[in-house]
Design a protein around this ligand. Structure first.
Ligand code: GLA
Length: 691
């Protein structure tokens, strides 16, 4: 009986493809066995008596939950002693979920090692930068550099994959949980020396590239170099520390991914769940070995900033240039913020649909129900300690029901390529964060400021790393591209000469790949193309003003003075107010080069100024007019396939909004009625592409 249900369930899965372990990570056409969009929950069956499981799963089904994530912190239960495995309970939990038609993502449990492991091998424990050692009972108390830990982690991943790699209910794997915290133990220090030696070859090369004549920093051997994540330290060392940490995390994830892939069906994806704006490592690098990206989308203060959240979705979609999962979302509230306000009624649904609109194929709530004890008793859940639904349950159930109705339309759709690319350079962010020069200069806030005006006008944006292929984008935004090495400079120049519009922001092109100052002033290797240089810069503690192509604007936080060095450089804006260093001097400049142009914005503008500049830039780049021009606070997203464009609209306002819908098309879901979307309403408008 169970077998036939499982077989029927397996047959109902979409996108089954034959196994081919070697090429799977590179196969972009791979579509995973899930009816997207799907609703899910993090379920920890090990925390409950088995007698409870059936009623939990029945309640999940009632809430239209079709996927659960299990296992991610259950190492002590899965391997109660060294090499002694107990998978019986997980077999039964997965089978029980399958009986309810619920698919399963298995998390490798390596974020929470069992006590016997750290007792037998205390050197696996994470050492903090201050020398203190993490102990049992928290999580992530392991060192990312420990070969012993790696061996045990790979073994449990391998055992799990052997057992569940062909299980039809299992659709994917999550490696570890929110990786990122580095360790400063002896093994890490030794790996650091080795990594530096691999990067620089000789200590002389390192000394030269780091300018270690400064403060007698000169090193004689790689093992003398301190392992430090924070200053005061040489900027080259601090940037290399992040690169080193990225390499170690990439290796850590790759080792588990390889162990899983050796046994798992190709239809099972391998991912990890990342956190918002995590700057511990380079996400693009770590994602190279993963099939899809997934992130944990939380609003700790309960006050969503829709454009900022949209930007992060676009960033995560960019990790693999494909649809992604939201592996964790809050059922109302979290418990780890400074003040854990609950989202308002309707906003959990809004956030779920926003994820889908940006390319999310699943939204998994954390968590299904809270354990009686353990650190997270105050967190939002779908079910209370009594096993009965919490108030948010109905909203999630409704969203799940809508997802199920939308799935026949949206399954297999993707977000079409945008005309605008926003460059996210993790290395530039590190470089600026290590030397902010002003407590008010936040490189992520600058990215958001540049993203917002375009999103507000209904333009889609792809977020790409600096090395991305930019062919086809009409406009490339690079708000604080602090580090520009020769290859990136070459790529950007080729893009401009070929007809692209490149808009650089403050602090761009200041440093090379070693985080050393370029000999040419900003934008360094692009200053010849721009025909201008940054003459002078400094942070502001009072506002200045400019008049430019987008109208008058207030300058906040940061100002740079440009100087033309080529006769055909255009001055687009001058400072009209502020200190004597600024007034009358150029703030924004541009130059046509080949068939395109490069624009340099040397100031941080207020919201109005940034809006004006963006509208002007959209016209200069000849961007196609968005299919819907949204009123303020209404977000327009798109997913499509060869036949249909699906416009997903969300009214983030507290009042209804009137929307000029295209004459073609029809509403297929949600509350769109006669060009009106109620407060916090969602609607999908489908436009056939067939003639
Ligand atoms: C993180 C973790 C989860 C849980 C949630 C709570 O994202 O991945 O295990 O602790 O936070 O919000």
């Amino acid at each position: 009986m169970i077998r036939s249900i499982v077989a029927a369930f397996a047959a109902s899965l979409i996108g089954l493809t034959p196994a081919n372990a070697t090429t799977r990570a590179r196969d972009e056409s791979l579509s995973f066995a899930i009816q997207a969009p799907a609703t899910g929950a993090s379920w920890y069956p090990e925390q409950w008596p088995e007698a409870q499981w059936e009623s939990d799963l029945a309640l999940m089904r009632r809430a239209n939950i079709t996927v659960v994530r299990v296992g991610e912190f259950a190492w002590a239960r899965l391997e109660p002693g060294d090499g002694r495995f107990d998978f019986g309970w997980l077999d039964r939990a997965i089978a029980a979920a399958a009986r309810h038609g619920i698919r399963v993502v298995i998390g490798t449990p390596t974020a929470a090692p069992p006590v016997w492991l750290s007792e037998a091998h205390p050197d696996i424990l994470r050492v903090n930068e201050d020398g203190s050692i993490e102990g049992h009972g928290e999580r992530r108390q392991f060192s990312f550099a420990s070969a012993t830990y790696r061996r045990y982690a790979v073994r449990i991943a391998d055992e799990l994959a052997r057992r569940y790699g062909h299980n039809p209910a299992v659709v994917g794997w999550q490696i570890d949980n929110e990786i990122g915290v580095p360790s400063f133990d002896r093994e890490a220090k030794a790996r650091w020396a080795k990594w530096l030696s691999g990067r620089y070859g000789t200590i002389d090369a390192l000394n030269r590239r780091w300018t270690t004549e400064y403060w007698s920093q000169r090193y004689e051997r790689f093992d003398q170099i301190p392992l430090k994540s924070r200053g005061p330290q040489n900027p080259a060392l601090l940037l290399d520390f992040r690169r080193f940490a990225s390499a170690l995390w990439a290796e850590y994830v790759a080792a588990q991914a390889a162990a899983i892939r050796a046994h798992a069906d190709r239809r099972q994806f391998v991912t990890t769940n990342s956190t918002a704006w995590n700057n511990n490592f380079d996400q693009f690098l770590v994602h190279e070995v993963l099939d899809i990206a997934a992130w944990d989308d939380y609003v700790p203060n309960g006050r969503p900033d829709w454009a900022a959240n949209a930007l992060h979705h676009d960033l995560v979609r960019g990790y693999k240039s494909r649809n992604f999962w939201v592996m964790e979302a809050q059922p109302g509230r979290v418990d780890w913020g400074a003040l854990n306000r609950s989202l308002e009624p309707g906003q959990v649904r809004e956030i779920a649909w926003q994820a889908v609109g940006h390319g999310g194929d699943a939204v998994i709530y954390w968590q299904w129900r809270s354990a009686f004890n353990g650190q997270e008793q105050y967190h939002g859940t779908l079910i209370g300690p009594d096993g009965e639904p919490m108030p948010i349950y109905d909203e999630i159930a409704r969203t799940g029901e809508e997802f199920a109705r939308a799935a026949p339309h949206l399954a297999g759709t993707t977000v079409p390529r945008a005309e605008i690319a926003l460059i996210y350079s993790q290395e530039s962010r590190w470089a600026i964060e290590n030397e902010r020069h002003s407590r008010d200069y936040d490189p992520v806030a600058v990215l958001k400021d540049w993203y917002r005006p375009f999103a507000a006008k209904g333009y889609r944006i792809d977020v790409v790393p600096p090395g991305a292929d930019l062919t086809g984008y009409r406009l490339v935004l690079a708000p604080n591209l602090n580090l520009i090495d020769e290859s990136v400079a070459e790529r950007l120049s080729t893009y401009v000469r070929g007809g692209g519009q490149l808009m650089l922001g403050p602090r761009s092109g200041m440093k090379d790949a070693d985080n050393a100052l370029w000999r040419q002033r900003q934008p360094g290797p692009l200053s010849a193309l721009l025909g201008m240089q940054v003459e002078y810069y400094y942070p502001l503690d009072e506002s200045a003003a400019i008049t430019g192509p987008g109208g008058p604007a207030t300058v906040l936080t940061w100002a740079e003075v440009l100087r033309p060095i080529a006769p055909d450089a255009e001055i687009l804006a001058r400072y009209t107010g502020g200190s004597g260093w600024l007034v009358g001097r150029p703030a924004i400049g541009a130059r046509r080069a080949g068939r395109g142009s490069i624009i340099y914005v040397g100031a941080i503008l207020d919201t109005n100024g940034q809006n004006g500049l963006s509208i002007w830039m959209a016209a200069r780049a000849a961007l196609s007019t968005p299919v819907i021009e949204p009123p303020a606070g209404v977000e327009v997203m798109e997913r499509c396939n060869a036949r249909t464009r699906y416009l997903i609209l969300i009214n983030h306002n507290d009042q209804p909004a009137r929307i000029d819908l295209p004459t073609k098309g029809r509403a297929i879901l949600g509350e769109l009625r006669e060009n009106e979307l109620p407060a916090h309403g969602v609607g999908i408008w489908a436009i056939s592409r067939e003639r």
